[in-house]
Write a protein that binds this ligand. Structure first.
Ligand SMILES: [Zn+2]
Length: 192
């Protein structure tokens, strides 16, 4: 079911389907970024476990938690602060779209524990019984006048999210496909 939803979304966005074959797994500490460069359009789909963003994965239950979610959305929407592209590529950001089960509206997909891949099921993690996982999903879009000059992207996410341990990046560009792993010490990807 999740795969079907992901495919519908993929088709709607016009992305290369091969990049998003399956719904990304949910592993605490690990984010996923799917980057597609197609002609002048650069798109990046970011998936982050909510626990690494706001410290919890349930609907916010008090004003502090609601504020934490709103701050996180504002931070994730600010592409100019998070994503550094080569200046010469002349990329213009479209408004980013953030979706999360933690938001009162605009769910990207229904939370469903039976279909979520609990990669951290046995990890030392104090989820309550029956607790559902949640993510923040962000869609970034850039229109680049010189897409051939988008040779690297620096992602300033680790400074914002100290709980994030790594970011697995899948890329598809006219130059080919590649997969790179970013860490707090290595926060720049080289496009194929
Ligand atoms: Zn979780």
């Amino acid at each position: 079911m999740k795969t079907a939803i992901a495919c519908v979304v993929t088709a709607a966005l016009g992305l290369t389907p091969t990049v998003l074959l399956a719904a990304p797994p949910h592993v605490h500490g690990v984010g996923i970024l799917q980057l597609v460069l197609d002609e002048n359009s650069l798109s990046m789909e970011l998936h982050l476990p909510a626990i690494d963003v706001v410290g919890f994965e349930h609907a916010p239950s008090d004003p502090q938690q609601r504020e934490a979610v709103q701050k996180a959305v504002a931070m994730l929407k600010d592409a100019s602060q998070l994503l550094v592209l080569p200046r010469d590529a002349q990329c213009t950001a479209a408004p980013a779209v953030v979706s999360s089960e933690l938001l009162p509206t605009g769910y990207s997909r229904p939370a469903d524990t039976t279909e979520t891949e609990h990669a951290d099921r046995d990890a030392d993690h104090d989820h309550e019984a029956g607790h559902e996982h949640a993510d923040f999903d962000v869609s970034y879009r850039f229109d680049c006048r010189r897409p051939d000059l988008v040779e690297d992207v620096t992602i300033l996410l680790f400074k914002q999210l100290p709980k994030l341990e790594r970011l697995d990046v899948d890329m598809a560009t006219p130059g080919g496909q590649d997969r790179q792993r970013l860490t707090p010490e290595q926060d720049s990807i080289d496009l194929p």
